[in-house]
Design a protein around this ligand. Sequence first.
Ligand SMILES: Cc1cc2nc3c(=O)[nH]c(=O)nc-3n(C[C@H](O)[C@H](O)[C@H](O)COP(=O)(O)OP(=O)(O)OC[C@H]3O[C@@H](n4cnc5c(N)ncnc54)[C@H](O)[C@@H]3O)c2cc1C
Length: 454
Amino acid sequence: VPSPPSPDVAALAAIVGPDHVLVDPEVRAGFEVDWTGRWRGTSAAVVRPGTVDEVAAVVRWCARHDTPIVPQGGNTGLVAGAVPSAGAVVLSTTRLDSLGPVDPVAGQVTAGAGTTLERLQHHVAGTGWMFGVDLGARAACSVGGMVATNAGGMRVLRHGSMRAQVLGVEAVLADGSVVRRLEGLVKDNTGYDLPGLLCGSEGTLAVVTAARLRLVPEPADRIVVLVGLPSLEAAVDLSARLRAEVEGLDALEAVLAPGVTLACEQLGLAPPFATEPAVTLLVEWAGRGEPPDALAALVGDHDAVAADDPGGRERLWAYRERQSEAIARVGVPHKLDVTLPLARLGVFAAEVPAVVAALWPHARCHLFGHLGDGNLHVNITGVPPDDKRVDEAVLRLVVGHGGSISAEHGVGRAKAGWLALQRSPAELAVMRAVKQALDPRGILNPGVLLTAEG
Ligand SMILES: Cc1cc2nc3c(=O)[nH]c(=O)nc-3n(C[C@H](O)[C@H](O)[C@H](O)COP(=O)(O)OP(=O)(O)OC[C@H]3O[C@@H](n4cnc5c(N)ncnc54)[C@H](O)[C@@H]3O)c2cc1C
């Protein structure tokens, strides 16, 4: 595919100001590589608009000049969706970081696309409300990126993923026109649900500039329990009973051995158990007062450590939440975020190492994830970044067990070639028709989600 012509930097600078068009290769470099270091691209320029009108003007300019646009928020995505293709303009949303007042009556807030999750959390803290989605990349990931990836995270079990929080969006379409629906009406059945469509669209249908977000009541009390279990089947069983019998579960997360040991070695954490169990299950309850007796009754038969104070809870969360960081210290990982039917999780996890070893005998598999959602993150180190056979082998195994090749990270560039493993020709045709309708010139994130070939 021939590279598009270099964009006219002066024209873009006239829109956003010269300080906000970055062309120096060293300055651009951080925008051209993903968080893992596995995926790299090159851009013609990084443009940082500060208002929705500037975003619209940049998009119009790019549309007129057939210049691809790669929207980018915090650049923490794990499927290379924000990594630019040659000649593209990276449209960074970092300056779109406005935060509206928390509406205490409706329990809602409007956030600019570039607002980080952590700033949003601080903004809402103390109002009696909280934001229902939380993830380990909170310091950098942006509201726009979370909408675009339909981010999940640790509290999907209770509050759903990003789509369930988004009551409205403001977005710039591929021709530069602006759609805005930020009133926050909980009920509004007036035709197609555009905010819902943009959730998970990965920058291929529009540039999200702001979102109206639902908040959830902030619980007064929390308790975190780490439970040691002999197998993934036992962890799935216990999770099922906890879900059925304990009201107020906020999180059910799992780390498969030797992940806790790895985190302790790499990050200097103290081991929670004398010997690491096959599966460490993290259970979080949130509510008012004491947790239901059923929680203690169900975990009572196992090795368990609990904490109800903020510092103690953070220490217990670290074994799970810092898995990606610990793994990144031993190599550049192939990250495969997948969901399985809960009944197949144990078999799948047992088969993965053999499937990987058949291709790369010295590779290491690290498994952890959001057990309550049947969502495992399969991380593989010791495989060259450009090898795709191992990704394909694991994804085919997932599909063979009736799972999904992407649970919450999206498809991006990393998995676009395998979308047809998951989606039928009829579904792909609908997706292409939507893309064609909203972005007929194909300037928004080409090569992400849908490939040129089909
Ligand atoms: C340590 C770590 C832990 C993580 N944990 C989780 C987790 O638990 N759950 C989870 O779901 N994800 C997780 N992620 C992945 C990542 O944080 C999420 O996908 C997040 O939503 C990406 O936000 P971002 O702002 O960094 O987006 P980016 O990486 O900048 O972009 C991601 C995609 O969204 C598009 N995009 C970005 N902004 C916009 C916009 N304004 N308009 C249109 N398109 C846009 C990009 O083009 C790209 O396709 C984790 C990542 C890390 C590094």
